[in-house]
Structure formats: structure tokens, C-alpha cells
Design a protein around this ligand. Structure first.
Ligand SMILES: Nc1ncnc2c1ncn2[C@@H]1O[C@H](COP(=O)(O)OP(=O)(O)O)[C@@H](O)[C@H]1O
Ligand SMILES: [Mg+2]
Length: 297
């Protein structure tokens, strides 16, 4: 297959999947009964390793991420949560010296295959960061930014409204869309960043500690929003807040730093990955138990 053909194929499939997902999203009752579509895999990781300048940061990662789930990555600082998250939309490509090894499939296709365009991948797999990072532009222009780059100029007002509604921000900003985004509170800015992300109709949203710079009320709003958004998107969230992982996620991956025998080298390992309820109430591994019960970490 020619590279361009294959790339078009990946994009088309993802778009078809998005259309199908939108059709399903209007029948939320399907999800609560664990329909087969719920178990569809968005990502499949097998033996994934990430190195920075030749030194392993995480190793041997094997896990599946399902559609319409919130998947949480938890573990002590430095265990590789952000590193692993960045693998999922090829953000590590932007870090000099970073290298990803192993198998990482996205909708069954090699995300790191030569035919995959990383820029296209990042449109389908959006990212929200710890610190809200709106552009120094109006609220409207922040949300319209992605669609404009993609040349989707028709119905831009409707796209912006839909994204702001999707991010539970519309009612708070509809009368001041032309105001600068920096005038919003931190929590509103973070929801604006989520609106900016969903305006380009991604498939998956990656969130790296999206609430750690926010107050408890704003945090609650973002958590409620995640539960709404998963009807339409798949979400992977890194959080150091275990209550948050327990509240919002369906599946939880617990990572830990491992040392080699002479303690010269350290890297992150996946200790346990399971239903969130199991991880928090009856984990299989003693190290998970110690971490979630607050004995270590
Ligand atoms: N850009 C980078 N360059 C070099 N090393 C990095 C970089 N980012 C992270 N690391 C290293 O990778 C390991 C995992 O870091 P990180 O993924 O940030 O962990 P976490 O998000 O769990 O705190 C750490 O040892 C960290 O120092
Ligand atoms: Mg991190």
C-alpha cells in the first residue's frame, strides 16, 4: 500500500468510527448495560518502552484502552505517567532524544507506522494539560482555532457553540465570546481548553493532571464533565489524586518505579491494570494495595 493511501485509510476509518460513535452517543442506555461496543479497543499496548537519550523511563507496558471508558493512570511522581500518556498521541515525538519502542496500536493500526502522520494523530487524539493554556485570543477564537486550521470555516459559529456546550462552558461565556480568554477563571480556562480540544472532533482526549491547578469547585466541574464526555469520547487521565481516579474512571492502571539489582537504573513499570473498583477495593498486587491505601507513595 502506498504511504498516502494508507494514511487516507487510517483517517477515513477514524472518521467513520467517529460518525458511528456519534450515532451511538444518542443512545446512552447502551453503555450502561456493557454493550459490545463498549469493549472496543482504541489503544492496544504491548511491550511499550520509552527512552530518553537511551535511558528507559517506562518499560514493558501492556494494556488495552477501551472506547468510551475513562482510563486513569496513577502512581508516584516520576513513574512515567506523563511519558506513557504522551506516547498515545505521539507527543513524545516533540521531545528531542525521546524514543518509543514496542507495539502501540490505535484502532488496530500501528500508531508509529511510517504511514501515520503525527499531526493528524494529534487531531484525533487531543490533549489537555495540567496548567490551562488558552491562547492570548478571544474565547471564540480559541475554540475556532483548530477548525479554522482544518479549513472548516462553514458553520463556525455552530461549531464553537457546540464545543463550548460540550465543555459545559457555553452558559458562562455566551455573552462575552469576544473577550480575551485570559479574563476567565482557571477552571473556566481549563474547560475552554477542553472545548478547544473537542472542537476538532477528536476520538480520544488525553488529560495530564487537568485539575491539579484548580480549586475544588472547578475540579468537581471538570470531573462531572469527564463523565459526560466519555459518552462521546474515550478519555485517558493522569492524576495523582486517587479520589479523583476512583470517582471518574472505569479502569485504572497503577505504575511504580522499579530499580535494577544494583539500584543504578530505574524505570516505570505497570504493576496492575484493572477495573477501577477492583483496584481500589480488592487489588491483586500488594504494592497496589499499599499505594491506594496511602501506606506508600
Ligand atoms: N523530557 C524529558 N527528558 C528526559 N527525561 C524525562 C523527560 N520527561 C520525563 N523524563 C523522565 O522520565 C521519567 C518519568 O517521568 P514522567 O513521565 O514525567 O513521570 P510522572 O508523570 O509519572 O511524574 C522520570 O525519570 C523523568 O525524569
Ligand atoms: Mg507527570
Amino acid at each position: 500500500m502506498a504511504a498516502d493511501e494508507s494514511r487516507a485509510g487510517t483517517g477515513r476509518e477514524a472518521r467513520e468510527a467517529a460518525a458511528e460513535r456519534a450515532a451511538i452517543a444518542v443512545r446512552p442506555e447502551e453503555f450502561q448495560h456493557g454493550s459490545s461496543s463498549k469493549r472496543e479497543k482504541v489503544f492496544e499496548l504491548n511491550g511499550v518502552e520509552v527512552l530518553y537519550s537511551g535511558v528507559s523511563a517506562v518499560k514493558g507496558i501492556a494494556l488495552d484502552i477501551h472506547r468510551n471508558d475513562v482510563t486513569a493512570l496513577i502512581g508516584p511522581s516520576g513513574c512515567g505517567k506523563s511519558t506513557l500518556l504522551r506516547c498515545l498521541n505521539r507527543m513524545n515525538d516533540l521531545i528531542p532524544g525521546a524514543e518509543v519502542r514496542g507495539e502501540l496500536l490505535y484502532h488496530g493500526e500501528d500508531l508509529y507506522g511510517p504511514e501515520v502522520d503525527p499531526v493528524q494523530a494529534r487531531k484525533l487524539i487531543g490533549m489537555v494539560f495540567q496548567k490551562p493554556n488558552p491562547f492570548p485570543k478571544s474565547i471564540y477564537d480559541n475554540v475556532a482555532f483548530g477548525p479554522r486550521i482544518l479549513g472548516r470555516k462553514e458553520d463556525l459559529d455552530a461549531t464553537v457553540e457546540r464545543a463550548l456546550r460540550g465543555a459545559a462552558l457555553w452558559d458562562e461565556v455566551k455573552d462575552r465570546l469576544d473577550s480575551n480568554a485570559f479574563g476567565l477563571s482557571g477552571g473556566q480556562q481549563q474547560r475552554l481548553c477542553i472545548a478547544r480540544c473537542i472542537a476538532v472532533e477528536p476520538d480520544t482526549i488525553l488529560m495530564d493532571e487537568p485539575c491539579s491547578a484548580l480549586d475544588p469547585i472547578s475540579t468537581g466541574k471538570i470531573e462531572d464533565l469527564m463523565i459526560e464526555l466519555k459518552e462521546e469520547f474515550s478519555i485517558v487521565i493522569v492524576t495523582h489524586n486517587m479520589q479523583q481516579a476512583a470517582r471518574v474512571s472505569d479502569r485504572t492502571a497503577f505504575l511504580m518505579v522499579e530499580l535494577d539489582a544494583d539500584e543504578d537504573n530505574r524505570w516505570g513499570r505497570l504493576v496492575e491494570f484493572d477495573d477501577t473498583e477492583k483496584i481500589f477495593t480488592n487489588p491483586s498486587d500488594q504494592r497496589t494495595e499499599d499505594y491506594v491505601s496511602g501506606k506508600v507513595g
